[in-house]
Design a protein around this ligand. Structure first.
Ligand code: FAD
Length: 314
């Protein structure tokens, strides 16, 4: 089923609980793939609305993405969304990936440009921007796929002018984008102000915030720096005292992210949370549990996350 349809069904009743989804990336080893399937199977019990699998720009490990989408959709029974980039990709490779997704019964694509090669060489490929890929998917498949697009509430590393990035985002909606998934962020006030600007600019499709759990102080700082996002002073003040103890950082980080999600959900712009799991389950679970969106089944020691309160699984 299309993600937009699932979201609409889940939020038809006023006051319906927030829904959520999980992002996974393609592991490098076959053992890693098996471990991830086991994890995805456990996380099925939490009733995510969908899961998505990242794509390696340039096509490396890309066949693994389509293979994992096939397994998630047809074997594990998870509604899936395939990331697809167009940097360094020929139309032929893109079309093969779309066909694999279609054949697997996947109805959701997150259409991305991808990052240019890190060695500074010009990227090759038949499309310059994500909007060109979106237009191509629409041309080939009509309305079969529900198409998600990426957005950057604090600007993109190649374009810091947020007004311009909103104009480009509107173009992605206008050529066929159905929903937005954002870059990670910790500054909720900036995010809410950005949502307001998007709506003023005529962007009407659902906005799904990308939530990055905090699991260690070093990775928290590294990811924020890499994504070029603001870290509110409160995050540093509350995490810094525990910086050498990962468990305490995760506990305090969970509280901070829970406060952040509560504020997001209260803003009226958001009713769905998308977790960057980094292929781990505990940090996302702790957040969802503290938000009362799942209940842990303490009596089931081997599968502690199986029981879900969320009535929205379809
Ligand atoms: P675009 O929307 O094409 O934008 C790319 C750049 O061009 C931006 O700076 C934008 O401001 C600018 N731009 C856009 N339109 C125009 C225009 N008309 N004229 C001039 N400039 C323009 N990368 C991966 O490799 N694999 C993944 O699976 C993956 N998943 C992601 C998931 C999410 C939710 C997000 C937020 C990012 C993800 N990325 C992934 C990273 C993404 O590929 C990079 O951030 C990439 O640099 C931009 O992709 P885009 O789709 O936003 O590109």
């Amino acid at each position: 089923m299309k993600i937009t349809q699932k979201l609409e069904n889940s939020h038809r009743e006023p006051g319906a609980p927030a829904t959520f989804s999980f992002e996974f990336f393609t592991p490098k080893t076959s053992q890693g793939v098996q471990n991830l399937y086991d994890r995805m199977d456990r996380m099925y019990g939490l009733s995510p609305q969908f899961i998505d699998i990242t794509w390696n720009a340039g096509g490396r490990l890309s066949s693994l993405t389509t293979e994992m989408i096939h397994t998630a959709q047809t074997v594990l029974g998870l509604e899936s969304c395939m990331h697809l980039t167009c940097t360094n990709m020929s139309v032929e490779v893109i079309d093969n990936a779309l066909k694999d997704a279609y054949d697997a019964g996947c109805e959701n694509i997150l259409a991305l440009r991808g990052d240019p090669p890190i060695d500074g060489t010009e990227s090759t490929g038949d499309f310059a921007y994500a909007k060109d890929l979106i237009a191509h998917i629409r041309k080939r498949y009509g309305d079969h796929f529900c198409i998600g697009v990426a957005a950057y509430p604090e600007g993109h590393p190649e374009e810091h002018d947020v007004v311009k990035t909103i104009e480009y985002l509107k173009e992605k909606q206008d050529v066929g984008g159905d929903f937005i998934v954002t870059q990670m962020f910790y500054d909720v006030d900036r995010f809410i102000a950005w949502c307001e600007k998007c709506r003023e600019a005529g962007i009407t499709i659902p906005i799904i915030p990308g939530i990055m759990p905090i699991s260690s102080y070093a990775s928290f700082l590294r990811r924020a720096k890499w994504s070029e996002i603001n870290i509110p002073a409160e995050f540093l003040e509350r995490l810094e005292p525990f910086k050498d103890d990962d468990e305490l950082v995760r506990d305090e980080g969970t509280k901070l992210v829970v406060e952040m999600c509560s504020k997001l959900l209260a803003s009226g712009y958001v009713n769905h949370l998308h977790f960057y799991t980094m292929n781990l389950e505990k940090a996302s679970m702790m957040i969802l549990e503290q938000l009362n969106l799942i209940e842990l089944n303490v009596s089931t020691q081997d599968q502690p996350w199986r029981k879900s309160l969320n009535p929205n699984r379809l």
